[in-house]
Design a binder for this molecule. Sequence first.
Ligand code: G6P
Length: 511
Amino acid sequence: MTEAVWEEFPQIFKIDECETLQSEVLKNRTLIIAANRAPVTLVKNEDGEIEFQRGGGGLVTALLGLARYVNARWIGCSITEEDRQWREGIIPLENDEGEILVSFVSPDEESYTDYYNVIANPLLWFLQHSMWDFVRTPTFDARTWKAWHEGYVKVNRLFAEAIVRQIEAADKPPLVMLQDYHLYLVPRFIRETLGERKPYTLTHFVHIPWPGSEDWGMVPPAMRQAILQGLCSNDLLGFQTREDALNFIRTCESHLPDTEVNFTKGVITFHGHDTHVRDFPISIDVEALRELAATDEVAEYRRHFIERYGDRKLIVRVDRTEPSKNIVRGFAALNEMLELYPEHCGEVQFLALLVPSRMEVGEYQNYLDEIMAAAGRVNALHGDSTWEPVRVLVGEDYPRAVAAMQLYDILLVNSIADGMNLVAKEGPTVNLKDGVVILSERTGARQQLAPGALVISPCDIYATAEAMHRALIMPAEERRKRAEFLRRAVEAEDISVWLCWQLKTLAELGL
Ligand code: G6P
């Protein structure tokens, strides 16, 4: 570790600078956000009345925050029957944040399944998280192609149609902010429909990794070209890291005929249209998270954890039950650490807080079974009547996860690949114990956090075990310095910075 690591962090944007940017860039625009998930879902309460449930997470918070400055609308897929029936309407936001028009796209069930459960997850997700096993997967059979045409392409068209309607109705030049891998084809469909009829700006942010062009070479040409052409219809295209952005440019150079690429300027020209490619690392809403961490609900969970595990060193992980999170290798690393350093037996407690995810997709169901078996194996090998090394808590309970993150001695983030990994940013923001973060070098978060973390290669179980041991015996002063670095790195670039960089780039490019 060099001393430079501990230098002061410049605050990248001051809050008022950010606010000025938001109001200046947005005052003459109509903002249209589109993402697979809408910021709210509608549900019927016990009295049969419709209630809005706001989606959690920083993305919703950051993007809804823009509604204060601008006439905003958000297009997402319906999830509940109530979403479907409601179709479109204005939702007032809390705390004087204005209001937003939410509009649901409602594909029939089969198309949605093909789009979400066959193409977006697992096909694109597995490709972009390096989880294909090329000897066996993927296979593009008639079922896959049907899902492509009648699912992914169809739902992307529905999104494009809904956005075009909003663009046509807009009274100011629209700024369209598309989110993620569910909507790769949308920009092209919008341009094909609208042409030059009206000025508008298309931006797209890809939240997940963009792998090398060789991996995209395994996707049949018609599919990969449709995806690349879709993305090259944007004006500004954002990725989590510089490497993702460069990989995208390389992929276009290799696989999209008639493209000109400029790596230095980050521009791709396809059929006379320029797409500017940049990286905008996403982050968390530091203030909102700290407010939650200070609530009684979290305190109650904290007390419970201290009561049960207070005399042991806590290794915590918080993840969706997601193969790319590499949960099974995490348990294998604990097992190896206990074998290499038996002095930790009885002294540590691994707490895995897991949120079930995408259970309709077969790979995810199998993975949950593997997780439980792997945890059981470590417990059988090392546990006794007084100590069970691994505890797996399955269920969606964010306050409980925050309490666990406040108490970790080690936070394990060993993903095979991760666009960013926000747990790596949440943990140090709330942790009360100068805990050490073990961080996979294949997360986007390593771009900002590596100097303060213990960085590991995700398949290297031995290195992960050694990192656990090193963290457990690390001198207090080093722990303090590392934790301080991580905390300040996150504070300096929280979610508002992610948004401000994008708005600043749009302003600089005159888009
Ligand atoms: C993760 C990814 C996001 C993605 C989301 C979808 O959080 O980082 O990029 O949009 O999963 O999750 P869902 O539950 O909607 O399938």
